[in-house]
Ligand binder design. Structure first.
Ligand SMILES: *Cc1c(COP(=O)(O)O)cnc(C)c1O
Length: 298
């Protein structure tokens, strides 16, 4: 009997236990980071904004001149089946399209057959609920995010070396996570998250160079609904250091407070009231049928 409880994967049109999933070493997704992907989560047995994640995934494939032999509806059904097979009620669900591999001897991307994979593992937190009660210590990295002129940031991709090195730098400097910057020291994003500041009734978040996070969009929607003003513009690291509140957003954990930047306390040094209000609204939205797809595990 295979163990599906550690997660499941969809490989070669079959659902298998995550530990049995195998891909080719020669796939350009692995050799060249030539891939796009998306991550959606399941919370209390419901997908959150699944169709928005599927849309971003299909748009990314189009921009990278990739395609898969599945429609949006097929993909939705595959992901539902993978989660059901895992029995996980709280899950991290990733869909991936890689370039694949060319014919032997060819270096022509047009010769590649694109490959589709998916996997489901237990929910992943950038900051777990306990950590969220105190807030994260964020390091402003010296590493610059790969510029949008080089890699289209709206296409979810595996160009993560800047952020991976930023994480090592953060740990070396006593921090818990990192945000990478542009040439001018404006904040861009961190490994899998967007960033916001709060000053009075105004939220500010970077406008370009970063991923158009679905949690970022949800936060903007919720903030607007709660009567806050949201500015999307350049956001310098010094502004974040002086802000009332700072938080990060990701599918891997939602809205998570930052209470220290580079060893200095932010605001009152505890998760702020605006952050907490939005955080609560974010999780309440996970019960709203307009935003969720309930799974039937029977
Ligand atoms: C996925 C991702 C985000 C956050 O996007 P969500 O859709 O909110 O999960 C932010 N930055 C990077 C680099 C990402 O890959």
């Amino acid at each position: 009997m295979s163990d599906f409880s550690q997660g499941t994967a969809y490989v070669n049109e079959q659902i298998v236990p995550i530990s049995d999933a195998k891909i080719s070493l020669l796939d350009w997704g692995f050799l060249h980071s030539d891939a796009t992907y998306d991550v959606v989560h399941v919370w209390k047995g419901r997908f959150f904004r699944l169709d928005d994640h599927i849309d971003r995934f299909f748009t990314g494939m189009e921009k990278l001149r990739m395609s898969i032999p599945h429609s949006r509806n097929d993909l939705r059904a595959i992901l539902v089946d993978c989660v059901r097979a895992s029995s996980l009620r709280e899950a991290y669900v990733e869909m991936i399209c890689t370039r694949g591999m060319p014919k032997p001897g060819s270096r022509d991307p047009r010769d590649c057959t694109n490959q589709f994979f998916a996997f489901v593992i237990p929910f992943v937190w950038i900051a777990n609920p306990e950590k969220q009660t105190t807030g994260l210590h964020l390091i402003v990295s010296r590493w610059q995010r790969i510029p949008p002129e080089s890699v289209d940031p709206t296409v979810k991709n595996y160009h993560w070396l800047d952020m991976a090195m930023g994480l090592f730098e953060a740990y070396d400097r006593g921090g818990e996570t990192a945000v990478v910057v542009d040439t001018q020291g404006n904040l861009i994003e961190g490994p899998g998250f967007n960033i916001f500041t709060v000053n009075g009734h105004t939220l500010t978040t970077p406008a370009c160079g970063m991923r158009e996070g679905i949690t970022r969009n949800t936060t903007i929607e919720l903030a607007t609904r709660h009567g806050y003003k949201v500015e999307q513009r350049r956001l310098h690291a010094d502004e974040a250091r002086a802000a009332d509140e700072v938080f990060i957003t990701s599918t891997a954990g939602g809205i998570m407070p930052v209470t220290k930047i580079d060893g200095q306390i932010v605001g009152a040094g505890a998760p702020g009231s605006v952050t907490r209000r939005l955080q609560e609204a974010y999780w309440v939205l996970h019960e709203d049928p307009d935003y969720t797809l309930q799974l039937d595990y029977a």
